[in-house]
Ligand binder design. Structure first.
Ligand SMILES: [Zn+2]
Length: 422
């Protein structure tokens, strides 16, 4: 019988995502003996001395045995390390880390596969789904770091009134999941100064209460339809303080007019009183097309801070979709693929860790310097695409015996990963 060290199996599992193999079975083909350097390289990464390769089922049995929690714990230690070494500091807003909250569907099955599936009726067909709520910490150079995860399941949907709309159901589920997510995040990062960034569904009594209970600031999208009476107050007050206005033109030629109200008051449906600031930004692009954005926030808003709050806080929302879920679904990480029917959570966390490592590689200073030496601006420009980068990594892992100095922790200690877009 062959015994595999757990560190080796974790690296084996991470490599599935780092090399974007797309499915677990590919491990047996791509990391097979026709890639002579795989075993040696992974052994040295893991600090182990395995003399044979596992098969994909080995990984599956291992993850079934340990579950998702230890892998989530590994993610926590990695994020803590990045925070301690101040790699993420340049993206802070008023001294706080911006944490984007976003929900997404990620697994869909045609038959029930566990007790926790959410169900959705499509005509004759019932779909069984798994959804996830993610907290992603915003780093410099457009990095997004998964810091906390909560899986949404059918018990979150149970308290919604019968016949509730899909929209209402989504709100109920995500607000419940957010409270659990924040409890976990605060347990792991008790001192971290955070500003939560969420869409308009969080702009409600429970959304404000969660921020208060877990000692966070917030910046939530403010939509007229979500809080109609408050929206009327906001528009009325904006007319009363015409001095609270800042205008600027972005380097891309977009004209922006920021207006804001301090101390907007709101009483929620449970009779709790809240006071916050609200911002409206009207943009006109070079073709004269106008768009309007609004947020409510507990952050300080003034002539000095309004642009920063709106730009580095509010406007960053699209990044969870673009850099977060979209990248994980469409760049070969294959988030929506069921890597396992039993221990999907463990694979989910392996994917999050691999995505973090890939971003450090792609956006860190080492590859950027290499790109610049070749007259290119970024690593993606140098290699052509993220897919090409994953392919190069796979070729390298399979065929190139990585040099010993790459594994020297003393030498590595002096290498700093800098994430800046300059
Ligand atoms: Zn299920």
């Amino acid at each position: 019988m062959v015994v595999y060290d757990k560190r080796f199996l974790v690296w084996w599992g991470l490599s599935l995502f780092l090399c974007k193999l797309g499915s677990r079975r590919q491990l047996d083909y791509q990391f097979n003996t026709d890639g002579p350097a795989v075993l040696g390289n992974l052994n040295r990464l893991a600090g182990t001395a395995q003399d044979s390769r596992p098969v994909n089922k080995t990984l599956e049995y291992f993850l079934e045995e340990i579950g998702g929690a230890p892998i989530a714990g590994l993610r926590q230690r990695m994020v803590q390390r990045l925070i301690r070494m101040k790699a993420l500091d340049p993206a802070r807003l008023q001294g706080r880390y911006v944490v984007l909250i976003d929900g997404s569907g990620y697994l869909v099955f045609r038959s029930r596969h566990c007790d926790h599936c959410l169900t959705q009726q499509h005509g004759e067909t019932t779909l069984y789904m798994h959804q996830v709520l993610e907290a992603k910490l915003l780093g410099p150079a457009d990095t997004v770091v998964s810091i906390a995860t909560e899986f949404i399941d059918n018990s979150d949907a149970q308290s919604a009134p019968a016949g509730a709309s899909q929209e209402r159901l989504k709100q109920d589920c995500e607000l419940k999941a957010l409270r659990r997510l924040m409890a976990g995040l605060r347990g792991e990062f008790p001192q971290l100064r955070i500003v939560l960034n969420g869409d308009s569904l969080y702009a409600c009594g429970e959304g404000f209460q969660i921020a208060k209970d877990y000692r966070c600031d917030y910046i939530y999208v403010f939509k007229p339809g979500r809080l109609p009476a408050l929206w009327q107050d906001f528009q009325g007050l904006l007319r009363l303080c015409p001095d609270q206005q800042v205008e600027r033109t972005t380097p891309q030629g977009v004209r922006q007019v920021y207006r804001w109200v301090n101390g907007l008051r709101y009483t929620d449906s449970d009779g709790r009183d809240w006071t916050f600031n609200a911002i409206e930004c009207t943009e006109t692009d070079e073709e004269g097309k106008e768009s309007v954005w609004s947020w409510v926030t507990s952050l300080e808003v003034s002539h000095q801070t309004v642009v920063e709050v709106a730009t580095n806080g509010g406007r960053q929302r699209w990044r969870t979709e673009n850099e977060g879920f979209n990248t994980q679904k469409n760049s070969g990480l294959n988030l929506e693929h069921a890597y396992s029917h039993t221990c999907w959570a463990a694979y989910y966390f392996l994917l999050q860790i691999a995505h973090l490592l890939l971003q450090l590689m792609e956006k860190g200073s080492l590859l950027r310097h290499l790109a610049q030496e070749q007259g290119k601006r970024t690593a993606v420009e140098l290699f052509g695409s993220l897919k090409n980068m994953a392919q190069r990594l796979l070729e390298s892992l399979r065929f190139r015996h990585w040099p010993d100095e790459a594994f020297d922790p003393t030498a590595a200690g002096s290498i700093q990963i800098r994430l800046d877009s300059s």
